[in-house]
Design a protein. Sequence first.
Length: 128
Amino acid sequence: MAPETPPPTDASPGAFSVSTLTKRADFLRAAQARRVGTPAFLLQARQRREDEGADGIRVGFTCSKKVGNAVARNRAKRRLREIARAVLPLEGRPGWDYVLIGRKDETTSRDFAAMKADLVRALRSLHR
């Protein structure tokens, strides 16, 4: 039997794990913290306190009914999840919560590479 090899990852060795926000209270705390607007989405972010556990990156996604019907909202959230999966392990900071909020018409139609660049720019602006 050959030794098992770990699955390949597109993150660098120094990348951090990313988990998903699920509790409403976490979303509300992020809504009262810093925010950066981009053409395709709004990024909200807050640094967690020490007693909340400061390891890893947490991210949440939301799209209101303004984005469209359920199909449009789900498509927008899938796109936001994918850019977060690609960018946050490299550009995000451990101990931070991030929430990406979809925008009407833009989140589903904007070029994917441009959305990734928007997230990188927003994170750098936020952590200045």
